[in-house]
Ligand binder design. Structure first.
Ligand SMILES: Nc1ncnc2c1ncn2[C@@H]1O[C@H](COP(=O)(O)OP(=O)(O)O)[C@@H](O)[C@H]1O
Ligand SMILES: [Mg+2]
Length: 282
């Protein structure tokens, strides 16, 4: 029988049939704690009883696996079968299961592409294909929500990713100094122009609690809060403190929600999860 011609991927953003909600976690620049928020929010949503997936699409710094204690070597066995990227949709039995850590499903561009191949991620159409591939070829199972750790910034590859996957909302992570900065506003505009509803803003590294007297210390100068937030058009979903236990995960692979589930910083994320779920009608 003649071989079927290979299908080109369908145009337009992909809507995942098995994920009820798809939420981007984004930021105008790197290093603000976007992945930290993505990981802890994912775990907090799971702790509230939701079925959660987390896709790390930050091609510039895919560090979600590290934060969840997943090493590339142990996880990519069998992945060669997924290549070549860009082939047509695969039958469920050909798909590879998402990794499971701490009760959530996870997959990362960093697990698919090795350090030595990272140059291919400079090509934005490759980024789009790769993410589409991770969405369609990974067996995510039924999800109440899929969180996507977006690359930081305001142009590419965000624009390509926005065209790749249909989103129900976006959480913008900022630090106090960034609030009024153009980067986060521009990043928000990019989502708005693609018709993605703004779920809200999370201010990370918002304050420090003095270990001696419990006083709330404002470490960073807070920029003037943009009018969109004060006017209530863009809700401020949470203010997250600076806490050593929050940054521990990057080194130990054990997120704060797991190591300190009863702490007040865990409570901040659990509350955030409740607010996000409410905003998304979950
Ligand atoms: N609230 C916080 N308290 C303490 N450290 C934090 C907090 N948020 C982020 N960090 C640390 O800051 C660094 C950058 O965070 P990360 O989530 O990797 O940022 P991004 O994904 O935006 O580049 C990491 O070392 C992380 O552990
Ligand atoms: Mg990151």
């Amino acid at each position: 029988m003649p071989e079927e011609p290979r299908q080109t991927p369908p145009p337009g953003p992909l809507r995942l049939p098995n994920a009820r909600r798809v939420l981007a976690i984004a930021s105008g620049k790197g290093g603000v704690g976007k992945s930290t928020v993505a990981v802890n929010l994912a775990l907090a949503l799971a702790a509230r009883g939701h079925r959660v997936g987390l896709l790390d699409a930050d091609v510039h710094g895919p560090n979600v696996p590290l934060m969840l204690g997943v090493r590339r070597k142990e996880s990519v066995r069998g992945w060669e079968a997924m290549l070549p990227i860009g082939s047509a949709a695969h039958a469920p039995e050909q798909r590879l299961p998402a990794l499971e850590r701490y009760g959530i499903k996870m997959m990362s561009v960093g697990l698919l592409v090795g350090e030595e191949q990272s140059a291919m991620l400079e090509n934005v159409s490759m980024v789009g294909l790769m993410v589409r591939h991770l969405l369609t070829m990974v067996e995510w199972g039924e999800l109440d929500i899929l969180l996507i750790d977006f690359p930081p910034g305001t142009s590419e590859p965000q624009a390509t990713l926005l065209a790749t996957v249909a989103l129900d909302g976006v959480v913008m992570v900022v630090t106090p100094q960034d609030l009024a900065l153009l980067d986060s506003t521009r990043a928000m505009n990019a989502f708005a122009q693609s018709g993605v509803p703004m779920t809200g803003v999370v201010e990370n590294m918002s304050y420090l609690i003095c270990p001696c007297c419990d006083e709330r210390i404002q470490v960073f100068h807070r920029s003037q809060v943009p009018r969109a937030i004060t006017a209530g058009d863009v809700p401020l979903l949470a203010e997250i403190p600076i806490e050593p236990t929050i940054s521990e995960a990057a080194d130990t692979g054990r997120p704060m929600i797991v190591t300190h589930p009863d702490s007040r910083q865990a409570a901040v994320f659990l509350e955030l999860a409740g607010v996000v779920a409410g905003r998304l009608g979950m």
